[in-house]
Design a protein around this ligand. Structure first.
Ligand SMILES: [Ca+2]
Ligand SMILES: [Ca+2]
Length: 214
């Protein structure tokens, strides 16, 4: 009985050593491609899996034409892109995703700037109500006018249910906007260091042999 329990314990520990990646926002996952059945260019349209807070968010008919990894081609027939309007400022918030301390994160988003006037910044982070995980800041100053991919990496310090927040600063007047598409977030569980997992596998195997000899 004791050996059986040991076998199960070591097998479980060895399995935890394998890197386990999960797509949390992406193509078909929490609407990372901004798919909507709404036709035409619309303002303030409810968008599945996203929450709009602030003045103006446009749902544009055009989308990113980039096909680079990790998102892949945004080929859905009703895929859109989102235009974050600077007038008054706006925040776009994703559905909540569960993150575990120690996980490493991969983030990617396509973006461009458009319009003229005051310059603004888009701050991107993961927020669980009290903890923030920074993913990057995009500035319209010198920003790209055609879709460009931004990538970043982060790690989870505190476990929780987090939402991706994209907050565009704004002013009273008209200024430059930021368009986004192909939002991607992936988490990878922290791998157990190779020597110890190998040692655990060896011990697990030994326990199995001892069990069979009994
Ligand atoms: Ca899209
Ligand atoms: Ca504007």
């Amino acid at each position: 009985m004791k050996k059986t329990m040991m076998t199960a314990l070591f097998a479980g520990a060895a399995m935890m050593g394998a890197a386990n990646a999960a797509v949390l926002i992406g193509d078909g996952v929490n609407n990372g491609g901004f798919v909507s059945t709404t036709t035409g260019r619309t303002e303030g349209t409810a968008l599945t899996d996203w929450t709009i807070t602030g003045a103006k968010v446009w749902l544009n008919t055009g989308g990113s034409t980039l096909t680079t990894a990790p998102f892949g081609a945004d080929v859905a027939a009703n895929s859109r892109s989102v235009q974050l309007e600077d007038d008054g400022g706006v925040t776009l918030t994703s559905a909540a995703v569960a993150l575990v301390a120690g996980e490493s994160l991969t983030f990617a988003i396509d973006w461009l700037t458009a319009g003229s006037g005051a310059e603004h910044t888009l701050t991107m982070d993961l927020w669980d109500g009290s903890n923030s995980i920074a993913l990057g800041v995009l500035s319209t100053t010198g920003g790209p006018t055609s879709y460009t991919q931004f990538d970043s990496a982060a790690s989870v310090g505190v476990s929780g249910n987090y939402q991706l927040r994209m907050t565009l600063t704004g002013g009273a007047g008209q200024g430059r906007d930021i368009h986004v598409d192909r939002v991607y977030l992936e988490s990878t569980a922290q791998a157990v260091p190779e020597p110890s997992s190998t040692a655990l596998l060896g011990l697990g195997g030994l326990a199995l042999i001892l069990r069979r000899r009994k």
